[in-house]
Design a protein around this ligand. Structure first.
Ligand SMILES: [Zn+2]
Length: 599
């Protein structure tokens, strides 16, 4: 189904529910401007008029904005994720134009995911004004198999699951992305191994002994040998001074794009990890970033020759944070620079005036002896050094919603505040948006973090409190006031010095107070059948409170110096046995990892 056709079907579907009767609104694709920029004009009076977008995706986003302006809210993916109002045609009056602040407003697949999880996320994104989806790796098997094999579950037996099944699920996800007209981004890591025929990730990934003798000279020389770094193909660099190695990578990308014309933006990343670059004499003469930019230029020439105009995204992080000195992009229109501050602190916003003021120096590159930046100032310094050398389109790839919400501050309030500040300051950092590398199921206890991110990338200047009130008000209905208060108190508990590991003293007392808070929150919840979306939110919150109660019991025992094996067993049994009841909203595999970090 084409996006405009889908936009029409969505318009008619929601119009029937919200207004009823024949819909007198016409959709129009102006087909103007940069293909990734969304401009929307809504001109509807008494239920009649037009919704115009600068492209088909913008038209679809415009349809949802129209219903938003009428009072509808789209709080999370899937069914029971929206609040719809009733309006008479007489009262359907919306005259508005939108020009989102950031060009790139996307989500990247991470965590354990089913096909439905991806499709529902993709369909939700335009409802909250987002415009891009990034399916990581060539088949997404690493993420799909985590769900379908039910990794680490004591309750769900693993399902038989193959790479072929991942490919089918991946193709279905691409179909949904295209139907919604989202900017489709793909791949990332794997180019240093897949073109040579090795499997990078998952249960069937290649081992060092699988390396063919003729390929061994192509791999990076590390500690006197060439092969898989730490026996991990995904963390293995090549010997980039070797033109044959570089050609294997760039030829692999050209071949991929020849058979994947649906790709809007292809990510060409080197290997994952840090301090894993080649130590041969020729490689040592240049920085990893200089070999990288050399390859980007070589790739561009090959793609131009093939008349392939796909945008190439290159990644600056880890050893590639250090900007090139003597080489630059020859055709910067081809490329989009992606900055990933992967080891940053999520308790603090990154783009503060203090951090910009401190961005005056940082340690220089030392081959295979680097550490991640220690401060926000260092992170911004490295970014600015790149920006001085290379001018091209760019966005941030950030990890607010990976491990932090479960292992840092599980009420989700703190990370929502951080997202509010970070997303609002991207322009100041010279970045044109954010693609969030995140768990797909991160809606419990609330959907607030992703909601705030979307609002700010779109350009909302409303206060954090206003956005929070809107999101939680829609999700929890009449009980949202007391629930917001509970979540703020839970945030305070997690931000206490003893919970952040800054001091060991006083944890047992703090946990006891948290237990009392959980008890009163649970007693205060009432299930009123207000509507299905509110009911779903309340069930998710009830689940959260019960999990936190079991967690607090284990934590208190530990804080008192007692054995907590029994409490831990009860907690993880609860999570495993109840997993399916919250599957679309909660990534249990990652939740358990987060909880384990405390108990
Ligand atoms: Zn080398």
């Amino acid at each position: 189904m084409q996006t405009l056709e889908y936009a029409n079907s969505e318009l008619n579907k929601y119009y029937a529910k919200v207004v009823g009767g024949a819909c007198g609104i016409r959709l129009k694709n102006a087909a103007s401007g940069h293909p990734f920029d969304d401009r929307i004009t809504i001109d509807v009076e008494k239920g009649k008029g037009t919704i115009e977008g600068s492209n088909e995706r913008a038209v679809l986003i415009g349809v949802y904005k129209f219903f938003y302006e009428l009072g509808c809210r789209f709080v999370r993916p899937g069914k029971d994720g929206e609040i719809l109002v009733r309006r008479s045609a007489e009262n359907c009056n919306v005259k508005k134009t939108y020009a989102p602040k950031c060009r790139y407003r996307g989500i990247c697949s991470e965590g354990a995911i089913s096909e439905e999880n991806v499709t529902e996320m993709v369909e939700w994104l335009p409802k909250i004004g987002m415009n891009s989806y990034f399916l990581q790796f060539v088949d997404g098997h690493l993420f799909f198999e985590k769900w379908y094999r039910h990794k680490e579950s004591s309750s769900l037996p693993p399902e038989p699951y193959s790479v072929a099944a991942s490919r089918r699920h991946y193709a279905d996800a691409v179909e949904a992305i295209k139907r919604c007209g989202l900017i489709f981004q793909s791949v990332g890591h794997g180019w240093t191994t897949e073109p040579l025929g090795y499997v990078t990730y998952g249960d069937t990934c290649s081992r060092d002994e699988d390396i063919q003798p003729r390929h061994r000279p192509l791999f990076a020389l590390k500690d006197g040998r060439r092969g898989f770094f730490d026996d991990k193909p995904g963390d293995t660099q090549l010997c980039y001074s070797n033109s044959e190695a570089r050609a294997a990578v760039t030829d692999g990308i050209v071949a991929y794009l020849r058979s994947h014309p649906e790709t809007d933006m292809l990510h060409f990343w080197l290997a994952d990890g840090i301090n894993n670059h080649c130590e041969c004499e020729a490689c040592k003469k240049r920085l990893p970033s200089e070999w990288y930019v050399t390859m980007l230029n070589e790739l561009d020439k090959k793609l131009t020759k093939e008349r392939i105009d796909t945008k190439i995204v290159f990644l600056i992080y880890c050893d590639l944070l250090f900007a090139p000195r003597d080489v630059t992009l020859e055709n910067s229109d081809r490329f989009v620079m992606m900055y990933a501050p992967i080891a940053r602190n999520y308790f603090q916003t990154l783009y503060t005036d203090e951090n910009f003021a401190a961005a005056v120096s940082a340690p220089p590159y030392v081959r295979n002896r680097n550490r991640h930046p220690q401060t926000g100032g260092e992170y911004l310094y490295y970014l600015q050094e790149w920006q001085k050398k290379i001018r091209c389109d760019s966005f941030v790839f950030d990890y607010h919603l990976m491990t932090f919400p479960y292992g840092g501050e599980p009420s989700f309030t703190k990370i929502s505040r951080i997202l509010y500040e970070d997303m609002g300051a991207l322009e100041k950092a010279g970045m044109n948006g954010n693609v969030s590398c995140q768990l797909q199921r991160i809606f419990l206890p609330t959907p607030l973090p992703t909601y705030v991110m979307a609002e700010r990338l779109f350009g909302s200047n409303r206060s954090f409190e206003k956005i929070e009130t809107e999101c939680l008000g829609a999700a929890f209905g009449e009980q949202s006031g007391k629930i917001t208060e509970f979540l703020h108190k839970a945030e305070k508990f997690y931000l206490a010095a003893c919970m952040r590991g800054e001091t060991a003293a006083g944890r047992a007392d703090v946990v006891e107070k948290y237990e009392q808070l959980l008890e009163s929150a649970r007693a205060g919840l009432s299930f009123t059948d207000e509507n299905k979306t509110v009911d779903r939110s309340l069930k998710n919150l009830e689940y959260f409170i019960e999990m936190q109660r079991l967690f607090a019991a284990a934590l208190k025992r530990k804080a008192s110096g007692e054995n907590n094996d029994e409490e831990k067993r009860a907690l993880f049994r609860f999570l495993d046995e109840r997993e399916l009841s919250v599957q679309p909203y909660e990534d249990t595999l990652f939740r358990k990892e987060g909880l384990k970090s405390w108990i």
